[in-house]
Design a protein around this ligand. Structure first.
Ligand code: 0A1
Ligand code: ZN
Length: 880
């Protein structure tokens, strides 16, 4: 907590560390309120620096300092200066020395969940980004890599399991029911990858043989009694390990890989070397407790954390500005993994839908920042959609330009050059370029500039010359506080469709266009395609080959052709979304003006054809039926937004689809049943997803068939996907059936926190006017705890981030509810508070009355004296 204005940290001020730590020995004696940590550090003046420093400044927070020794001799008080952030030791030797420090920390009091804390009696650590400094004084920065040896001591009955990174080298019993374990990690690592876990944990074990023939033991640790929910996580881990060998030639490097699931965790999971710590929501799954989406997320996050072992751990970041180096690349890798496990096109659709909705919103608002930011107050605020997901898009773009093999060659060179190092985005882009004899430096602009470029496309056709001329140009939106931006290279995958929907071969200057890819490398460029027999329809930005806003000015007729007949499945969906978006915007505007709005029957019919087409995958058809969200529509409108009008417009379109497509949807529902028993695989999940979309539209259209099926499904479903799916549809229908189903669900699952989170989230996301009152009840429910991040996300998070119409309620009560929660949570967990307050990022796009109310709520937060730097940074940017 602080009262003065927090300091900005700048990338341009990066300086290498004055000292390195070649070896780190930690002796941790666990105790809930007084954990004692003795460190012994082998400190070496940084040989790369000319000037020798005479003092060393170590990071440290919330520590009680007991003792400091250098080379075995106590350092007297005059040579020590401790603040609430660091410890400076003066007159240190000019040659390598041993530094010993003894401190005490208080895990039980740690509700910020950064550093060493207790989660339901289990000691665990979270050190990224700057949590290690809450365990001991250290050079807590990613460019200081050290070999760790850790001794953990605790009371055996309370902490029978003692874990840290690397290999277990010694264990032993001690008097007084105590015991210890010593772990050694042979790989030098930065402190943010350190982990320690101790507690009463059950374990599930498996093993895998790496492709070079090394046996690796795989262990998942969970709360006792939850062992039967680890099967999917273990299977996913094994598939991820194999995939990384096959696709990128990357093998695991220790004899053991461990995962621990904990109930209190600020994020999804953490890639600590050899000892990943997970939010239990991303490990535990059983058919009756987890939905298909949970299974897919578990698979993806397990893979993500595992892939970090190379992209993040073996090659790490020089400083936190380079965060995208590990996160963007690792998200890209997990996306590719999921695409291979499931349907590639459906995965791409899911990722693009999310990117457009979430990252484009961030990039268009007050929190916009480059994929590699140039300054920050609190690094924890930069684990963002931009760093992660736009960062992944940049890797994908580079792969598109280099081709899969070229990209692989580039990554091989990156690991050859930089294994064991802490590097920058420039190092990454250079390795990709050098391996392919290409100069990719222009792509660095993508890393350094905020904002989503708009790609304009105009196609003209000359009958006489048989030529199609495509004019591509780019612009950046005005963003307050962002400098003028330069044109970026934009890879554009495209196709031209002939009169019968057939692909016209692309030829420019007599040469075929490889992979249908052109690159716009200036502000504006014209591409002339030859030998085009008749006026073609343009299929643009296939595969979403660059993260841009597309303005193709296409005619409705051409868009409908593409929805029906594009040979590229991704673009069929992309055009359907664009059409739907334009359509809902028009309906909302008519609605706001009190005009009569008419649903476009050609669009509904085209979507119906796709839904009915059994030659297409079920999951793909389900994705097709999902309309853009209300916040997507708000983003497209961009100013003076009336969320009620959007809600009504979207509801109207869904009801019209449900009514007009009734026969198709009923038949699709009947013929898509998955095989029993429940199987979480992609094919069965796709069938369930399509049935759910069909039922949901049928219910929106008030189909008796649909509503009867939903009611029955809510009572009889034997898996969580169908059970919760039915409950969600009932929440749209409302009335007694919904209330009864909610009660039944609660009775059945009240002892299962992960399932009850769904029950909370569903009610908090309801557009119904009584939701504000319900949320007040939910947070008073004994099952709610404001200190548990999953609970906070499922109530406040679901409400603020996922319920546009009620969060932006005309009364302002939604804003007040969240502002109060932010203030309360900031008192103990700033990271969680600052994520929640981010929900206000779009406040300026709403109509004046709502804007005024939101501004007032934000002002109330900013007026608080005791605001964390985390929340201060976000709110001050949002307010502008
Ligand atoms: N590196 C992890 C995410 C993570 C980041 C920060 C955390 O605490 C502030 C925790 C986890 C990942 O990408 O999975
Ligand atoms: Zn990550």
């Amino acid at each position: 907590m602080k009262t003065d204005t927090p300091k900005q940290i700048y990338l341009k001020d990066y300086a290498p560390p004055a000292f390195l730590i070649s070896e780190t020995y930690l002796d941790v004696v666990l105790d809930p309120a007084e954990t004692r940590v003795k460190s012994r550090l082998s400190v070496v003046p940084n040989p790369a620096l000319k000037r020798r420093a005479t003092e060393i400044k170590l990071d440290g927070e919330l520590l009680r300092l007991l003792r400091v020794c250098i080379d075995g001799a106590p350092v007297d008080e005059q040579r020590l200066v401790a603040t609430d952030k660091d410890l400076t030791i003066r007159d240190v030797p000019a040659k390598p020395f041993t530094l010993e420090i003894e401190t005490i920390c208080d895990p039980a009091a740690n509700k910020a969940l950064s550093g060493l804390y207790l989660s339901r009696g289990v000691y665990c650590t979270q050190c990224e980004a700057e949590g290690f400094r809450r365990i001991t004084y250290y050079l807590d920065r990613p460019d200081v890599l050290s070999k760790f040896r850790v001794r953990i001591e605790g009371v055996k009955p309370d902490t029978p399991v003692l874990l840290s990174n690397g290999n277990l080298v010694q264990t032993g019993d001690l008097p007084g029911k105590r015991h210890f374990a010593v772990w050694e990690d042979p790989f030098p690592k930065p402190s943010y990858l350190f982990a320690l876990v101790a507690g009463k944990l059950a374990m599930v074990e498996d093993s895998i043989m790496t492709r070079s023939g090394r046996a690796v033991t795989l262990r998942i640790y969970v709360e006792p009694g939850k062992e039967d929910r680890c099967d999917w996580a273990m299977k996913s881990l094994k598939r991820a390990m194999r995939w990384d060998e096959d696709r990128f030639g990357l093998e695991y490097d220790l004899d053991m890989f461990m995962i621990v699931a904990v109930s209190d965790f600020n994020m999804g999971a953490m890639e600590n070397k050899g000892l990943n710590v997970f939010n239990d929501a991303l490990i535990l799954a059983r058919p009756d407790t987890a939905t298909d989406s949970d299974y897919e997320r578990i698979e993806g996050v397990i893979a993500h954390e595992y892939f970090h072992n190379w992209t993040g751990n073996r090659v790490t970041c020089r400083d936190w500005f380079q965060l995208c180096l590990k996160e963007g690349l690792t998200v890209f890798r997990d996306q590719e993994f999921t695409a291979d496990q499931r349907s590639a096109v459906v995965k791409r659709i899911e990722d693009v839908r999310w990117l457009r909705s979430m990252q484009f919103t961030e990039d268009a608002g007050p929190l916009a920042h480059p994929v590699r930011p140039s300054s920050f107050i609190e690094i924890n605020n930069f684990y963002t959609r931009t760093v992660y997901n736009k960062g992944a898009e940049l890797c994908r773009m580079l792969q598109t330009v280099l081709g899969r093999d070229g990209f692989r060659k580039g990554l091989d060179l990156y690991f050859d050059r930089h294994d064991g190092q802490a590097v920058t985005v420039e190092d990454f882009v250079s390795a990709l370029g050098d391996a392919n004899g290409a100069d990719l430096s222009a792509y660095l602009l993508w890393y350094n500039q905020a904002g989503t470029p708009t790609l304009d496309a105009r196609l003209s056709y000359s009958e006489g010359a048989k030529e199609a001329r495509l004019t591509l140009s780019q612009t950046f939106p005005d963003l307050p506080g962002q400098p003028k931006r330069k044109a970026v290279p934009i890879p554009v995958k495209l196709g031209l469709l002939g009169p019968n929907g057939g692909e016209i071969p692309l030829e420019v200057e007599g040469k075929p266009v490889d992979g249908g890819l052109v690159v716009l490398s200036k502000k504006k460029e014209v591409f002339t395609f030859e030998k085009v027999g008749s006026r073609p329809v343009l299929s643009l930005l296939r595969d979403f080959s660059a993260p841009v806003n597309l303005n193709a000015g296409a005619r409705d007729k051409d868009m409908l052709t593409l929805i029906r007949a594009d040979t590229d499945l991704f673009n069929r969906w992309q055009n359907a979304q664009a059409f739907a978006l334009k359509h809902i915007v028009a309906l909302a505007s008519a609605n706001a003006k009190g005009e009569n709005a008419r649903v476009e029957p050609r669009f509904v019919a085209a979507v119906g054809e796709v839904a009915d087409d059994d030659t297409l995958e079920h999951a793909y058809r389900a994705a097709f039926l999902a309309l853009p969200s209300e916040s997507d529509v708000a983003l497209a409108i961009g100013e003076n937004v009336d969320p009620e009008a959007i809600h009504q417009a979207r509801t109207l379109l869904r009801a019209a689809m449900g009514k007009s497509l009734r026969a198709i949807l009923e038949s699709v529902y009947e013929r898509s049943a998955p095989a029993e028993p429940y199987n979480p695989d992609a094919e069965s999940a796709g069938r369930r997803a399509l049935r759910q979309s069909a039922l949901s539209l049928l219910a929106a259209g008030k189909s008796r068939f649909g509503i009867a099926r939903v009611k029955e499904q809510a009572k009889t479903a034997t898996n969580m996907t169908e059970s919760f799916g039915a409950l969600s549809i009932l929440s749209q229908v409302g009335g007694e059936a919904y209330d009864q189903a909610l009660q039944r669900f609660h009775r059945r699952w009240k002892d299962e926190p992960l399932v009850i989170n769904k029950w909370f989230a569903l009610q908090a996301s309801s557009p119904s006017p009584d939701t504000l009152a319900r949320v007040a009840d939910l947070v008073a429910n004994p099952l709610f705890s404001i200190q548990n991040p999953n609970r906070v996300r499922s109530v406040y998070g679901a409400f603020a981030h996922g319920n546009q119409v009620r969060f932006n309620d005309a009364s302002g009560a939604g804003y007040d509810l969240i502002a109060n929660a932010v203030i309360e949570i900031d008192g103990f967990n700033p990271q969680m508070a600052s994520r929640l307050v981010g929900a206000f990022e779009s406040w300026r796009i709403f109509e004046p009355k709502r804007r005024a109310l939101a501004g007032k709520a934000l002002g109330r937060i900013l007026d608080r004296k005791e605001l964390s730097p985390d929340v201060f940074e976000i709110v001050s940017k949002i307010v502008g």
